[in-house]
Design a protein around this ligand. Structure first.
Ligand code: ADP
Ligand code: MG
Length: 483
């Protein structure tokens, strides 16, 4: 039997809800902060008391447009919110305010990179809407409780075209998207806590078939890895159905992370009638040129742009550049250090090596790293000028420096008596001692076993406790061994 993976093509479109990091809700001043004691972020507007009126949060609009500009979307100038009417206990108004047919951002794309190469995932739209509250089923044995803190919190929904062809591509897309919202400071990108939520629309078709197959929508995906697992499971299930000659029903399914499978939640009716209409309590909002200029000014250099600059202007390996740009704070720190030194590669090495280890050991963000950019550059300078070797600088000087970050690295190296010795007579004395200790090795070297030079250098390093200047050591050693 031919491998089914070669016969079929997986088609995926993702819908991502990202909770915007505004202080207040989309249509009132209640706190939009995550969590809080249940029902403490609720004014009469959130509770939908009669006679209350919504007022649009400008910051949320700015954040949505920031995302749109970063993804090269077209920005709609005239916008309004529509009422999407339905009943649910966690929806106090009986409708959700959403930009039904008029998304503020249209089109655009997000570039991804996988083992197969680079690819652009087209976006269909980014629109704004308000979140619903939360029904809590496990707090009381007899009742369902409702927490309305989340009701009215601003969201953007980012919808792709069905351009994704594998679980791996979905993984890369979500990783990129999360990086973007974090760079833009519009969402904390936390899938585990639900501030970023993803629904995966999955279908399969025979390769070469221009038509899309019937899709199923998978929900409850609380990590990027689970999105990938769910897509892989679901695609195989759909292929198996087709192979058995069974029909595929358009469904909403839920992912069970415990066993990696999906199960049906509900079968989608053809025509959900939400009776959309423009909310009469809100005036339409216009996006002006001045707003666009101001929002664009607030967009920092994005990861792709930085990776390109690091690999071209700064000549860093692509791997280093990508790791440095994974988080904006890391890239920002890197950029502040290179204001003080032009040894870019050394800065990258320090950040990917000893500093990353420090972060891992302390479970800390780069913003908590105690050393100023100038101080790290000074430490790198001591290595560059042969006053310290890298291993001593990272294992001895750095830990002391972390305890007294205000002290100059040179002072600490002096206090600990770790500065390299470039005094020719001192180095020569250490070399003498080593060569006297191993006459057979010296004889072997002189008979042609030139590789032994490494051994001598290592021994000198050892007895000088790393203080012998390595270049000088090498030069003097070569001279002595010739004689
Ligand atoms: P719905 O109205 O059911 O939400 P949309 O047309 O708005 O459907 O599309 C929702 C998401 O599903 C989009 O990301 C879109 O790219 C994706 N999608 C649509 N049709 C398919 C399909 N046949 N297979 C996979 N994904 C699809
Ligand atoms: Mg949908």
């Amino acid at each position: 039997m031919a491998d089914l993976k070669d016969t079929y093509e997986i088609v995926v479109g993702l819908e991502v809800h990202a909770q915007l990091l505004t202080e207040s809700k989309l249509f009132c001043g209640d706190s939009a902060a995550f969590g809080g004691e249940p029902n403490t972020h609720i004014s009469p507007i959130t509770m939908a008391h009669p006679g209350t009126l919504p007022k649009l949060n400008k910051k949320a609009v700015e954040y949505a447009i920031r995302m749109g500009l970063a993804c090269s979307c077209e920005i709609s100038r005239n916008n309004y919110f529509a009422r999407k009417n339905y009943f649910y206990p966690d929806l106090p108004k009986g409708y959700q305010l959403s930009q039904h047919t008029t998304p503020v951002c249209i089109g655009g794309h997000v570039n991804i990179k996988t083992a197969a190469g680079e690819k652009s995932i087209r976006l269909n739209r980014i629109h704004m809407e308000e979140d619903a509250g939360k029904s809590i089923h496990d707090a009381d044995p007899h009742n369902t409780c409702v927490d309305l803190n989340r009701a009215g919190v601003p969201l953007v929904e980012i919808v792709t075209e069905p351009d994704i062809r594998s679980g791996e591509e979905a993984y890369a897309y979500l990783t990129e998207l999360r990086k973007l919202v974090r760079y833009l400071s519009i969402c904390d990108g936390n899938l585990e806590e639900g501030s970023m939520r993803c629904d995966a629309n999955v279908s399969v078709r025979k390769k070469g078939d221009p038509n899309l197959g019937t899709k199923v929508e998978v929900k409850n995906l609380n990590s990027i890895r689970n999105v990938k697992r769910a897509i892989e499971f679901e695609a195989q299930r759909l292929i198996d159905l087709i192979e058995k000659g069974e029909p595929i029903i358009q469904q909403t399914r839920s992912f069970d992370a415990g066993n990696g499978t999906t199960f049906a939640l509900r079968t989608k009716e053809d025509a959900n009638d939400y009776r959309y209409f423009a909310d009469p309590d809100l005036t339409p909002f216009r996006v002006t040129n001045e707003m666009l200029v101001a929002i664009r000014r607030d967009i920092p250099a994005l990861p792709e742009e930085r990776v390109t600059r690091y690999t071209t202007e700064l000549q860093l390996p692509e791997y280093d550049a990508r790791v440095l740009c994974d988080e904006r704070e890391t890239a920002d720190y890197f950029e502040s250090v290179i204001q003080h030194t032009s040894n870019y590669k050394a800065v990258a090495n320090w950040m990917l090596g000893p500093i990353k280890s420090w972060q891992n050991e302390n479970n800390a963000a780069i913003t908590q790293f105690p050393l100023s950019a100038g101080s790290l550059a000074d430490l790198i300078g001591l290595v560059d000028s042969n006053q310290l070797n890298f291993s001593i600088a990272s294992t001895r000087v750095l830990p002391a420096l972390l305890k007294s970050p205000e002290k100059p690295p040179l002072d600490i190296a002096k206090e600990l008596n770790l500065l390299q010795d470039s005094d020719e007579s001192n180095v020569a004395a250490w070399i003498e001692e080593v060569l006297n200790k191993m006459p057979e090795k010296v004889a072997e070297y002189q008979k042609g076993k030139k590789g032994l030079i490494g051994l001598f250098v290592g021994e000198v390093k050892k007895i000088s406790k790393g203080k012998a200047d390595p270049k000088l050591t090498n030069d003097i050693l070569l001279k002595k061994l010739q004689s």
